[in-house]
Design a protein around this ligand. Structure first.
Ligand code: ARG
Length: 253
């Protein structure tokens, strides 16, 4: 019985420690920060061949460098990213998450690294604004803020969910849906890269502030990130990256 109790206590302690998010000091001692992203949301996070890159991947590299850390990247499905933070499977997530009240209940957001919003894209130039979505089928990526904002457009016929934003785009491209809602910079890049495909950029459906996230209450890590982010925003390195990717400064004004 004694042994059983001792084992049970030991197991409980292990579980408690395993579920503990690493503080800034702990991450710094290790020298490595484990960051998760999706890798399928160009131009923000994507694979160029086998290399993970993109605007926010490069922003994260700048921020981590300022913090004196190297990044160990993990890529996985968008849906699993914030959940993994709660289970302390990685230290931070950067995957174009808009700051929403719902998400903020589960994770702690850092300061935003860009401002953007959801845009309507269609093949039919008559579909431009929210009112034009009446009776239409709209594609969005599962788990995104696009989903909850399209849901608010009560007149739509149907909303179709796709595991990746690339799948949602393909559905529009093959005309299985009437419209696609995604980030305005994603939409711009797709239209520019495929000039003959017939993508028509419509209106913005909503705007949002995009930030990285850490485990709920991991304030030391969030503060360390925010300080370094403010530095890269002040020293010109953020501005240079933003110009390279978007030809404009995408920071929140
Ligand atoms: N900004 C949107 C949101 O907050 C979409 C993010 C999608 N990110 C991605 N890596 N696919 O939900």
């Amino acid at each position: 019985m004694k042994l059983f109790k001792a084992v049970a206590t030991a197991l409980a302690l292990c579980a408690a420690f395993a579920a503990q998010a690493r503080t800034l000091d702990e991450v710094k001692k290790d020298g490595k920060i484990l960051i998760a992203t999706e890798g399928q949301f160009a131009p923000f996070n994507f694979f160029n061949g086998t290399t993970l890159t993109g605007f926010e991947v490069e922003v994260a590299e700048l921020v981590a460098k300022k913090m004196g850390l190297t990044i160990q990247w993990k890529t996985l499905g968008f849906d699993a990213l914030l959940t993994g933070l709660r289970q302390d499977r990685w230290d931070l997530v950067i995957a174009s998450h808009g700051i929403t009240e719902e998400r903020a209940k589960a994770v702690t957001f850092t300061e935003p690294h860009y401002c953007s919003g959801g845009m309507i894209i269609a093949m039919d130039p008559a579909i431009k604004g929210a009112k034009d979505l009446a009776g239409k089928i709209v594609a969005v990526q599962t788990g995104t803020s696009y989903l909850e904002n399209v849901q608010k457009v009560s007149s739509i016929k149907e909303m179709k969910n796709f595991p990746t934003d690339v799948d949602a785009r393909s559905a529009l491209n093959s005309r299985r849906v009437d419209a696609w809602v995604t980030d305005r910079f994603v939409a711009k890049a797709v239209a520019e890269k495929n000039p003959g495909a017939g993508f028509k950029l419509g209106d913005m459906l909503f705007i949002e502030r995009i930030a990285a996230a850490v485990a709920k209450g991991n304030s030391s890590l969030a503060a360390g990130w925010n300080k370094a982010l403010a530095e890269v925003m002040a020293d010109g390195s953020y501005a240079a990256l933003s110009k390279k990717y978007f030809n404009e400064d995408v920071r929140c004004q």
